[in-house]
Write a protein that binds this ligand. Structure first.
Ligand code: URA
Length: 194
């Protein structure tokens, strides 16, 4: 895995049959964005819309994600690496009926995410939601306990925040998510000054 470039990694994901999720998928959802983005967003797993389109975060939570990114001058649209993010999920195939990903599925898929981080070499990772955090930080602590400080993943600063789908159900936590985005911006700026 560590030797794979982008085309080989894309092919490895597309052909993956390492866990049972391959049986129900229409297609894998590799991720999208600038291959050397300064910002990497990591979500959980594709839902129905993502499985249809082959792109992460295209449903309702994707619209909220796009708005959150726009608020800090970022986008998924083509642009320079400081503006165009790379968006990936911890799991590349849709769990049936949008059930939660299981620990063995997260474990099987992890090598793909590790290689994506190695290839992108982002300046910051935004981990959205419980399962992204489980996979990246190996922590089962609630988001509320992990947010508000800078973690690290493979040497890259990582900020934990709420998943957009959670924020759609709990809009009262949007102010906290905004604080998380501000912390991420400050962290990137502080790293650039060093
Ligand atoms: N939720 C996620 O975590 N990822 C997606 O791609 C869509 C919804």
């Amino acid at each position: 895995m560590a030797a794979l470039g982008w085309p080989e990694l894309r092919a490895a994901v597309a052909d993956c049959t390492a866990c049972r999720l391959c049986e129900g998928r229409r297609q894998t959802v590799f991720g999208i964005g600038h291959e050397h983005a300064h910002w990497m967003v990591v979500g959980e797993a594709p839902g129905e819309q993502e499985d249809l389109k082959g792109e992460p975060f295209v449903g309702k939570s994707g619209q909220l994600l796009d708005n959150m990114l726009r608020a800090i001058a970022l986008t998924r649209a083509p642009g320079p690496p400081q503006q165009q993010v790379f968006i990936a999920n911890a799991i590349k195939c849709r769990p049936p009926g949008n059930r939660n990903p299981q620990p063995d599925e997260l474990a099987q898929c992890e090598a793909f995410l590790i290689r994506q981080v190695q290839l992108v070499q982002p300046r910051i990772i935004l981990a959205m939601g419980r399962f992204a955090v489980h996979s990246l930080l190996r922590s089962t602590e609630p988001i509320g306990r992990l947010r508000g400080r800078v973690h690290h993943y493979q040497g890259v600063p990582l900020i934990v925040t709420y998943h957009p789908a959670y924020l759609l159900r709990n809009p009262e936590d949007k102010a906290r998510a905004w604080d998380d985005l501000c912390l991420a911006v400050e962290t990137v700026q502080a790293t650039a000054l060093r």
